[in-house]
Write a protein that binds this ligand. Sequence first.
Ligand SMILES: [Zn+2]
Length: 256
Amino acid sequence: MELLLRGLIAIGAAAAVSASAWRLGALTARGAVAGTLVGGTVFGSAGLGPAVVLVVFFVSSSALSALPGGGARSRRGARQVLANGSAAALAACFHSLDAFAELALLGAVAAATADTWATEVGVRLGRRPRSILTLRRQPPGTSGAVSLPGTLGAAAGAVAVAGVGGWLVPGLDGEAVIAVALGGLAGSLADSVAGAGFQAVYRCPACGTSPEVARHPGCAERALRVSGLAGVDNDVVNLIATATGAAVTVLALLLV
Ligand SMILES: [Zn+2]
């Protein structure tokens, strides 16, 4: 009975946050359903502290992307929400079984935050980013291109989540907080490496742009893949980043 009540409260709270995000234009309707699933799982299984950390990620990232200078802003869909949130939700499912699950959860959220803050700061302030693998100059916003402001944004995001986690999640000591910050940074690094290394790059013969997906908005023509692996888009890269954040956080704590 208590478990059922707890589940209902978790789903209800997650639905309320997701519905507000939909109303404010941050999520699509399907994105809000995915947000309810991820948020409800985290709140219901891991408790209030980790759920608030997840909200900090989501609100800060949406607020940064709403700032001027970042180009066209679009609502986040279900696939995007799951790419950023499913590693955290999966870790939450093991919360009652293993103490490391909570750290994996926070590491995944730290990675998602570091990566989003890096992108939002880098696109606005990183004038001439370089590919993390070839070091060649790239246009701002290119996957796998890094700049000093973007990298500082990543560090700030990882440290912010680690700090809020240390404050709100009971039993988290200083070493755990450092491990979460390291995991977040490592996840953001993995995002850049995967983005530069094997994310699919498209080129549209009709409008000449380089969209992130073959079917891009506002154009009838299908863009052609010029490099990278088919099917590896930004969402797949984000999934790799959050999983890396979770794994490195646990490893960092085991090794030190
Ligand atoms: Zn086009």
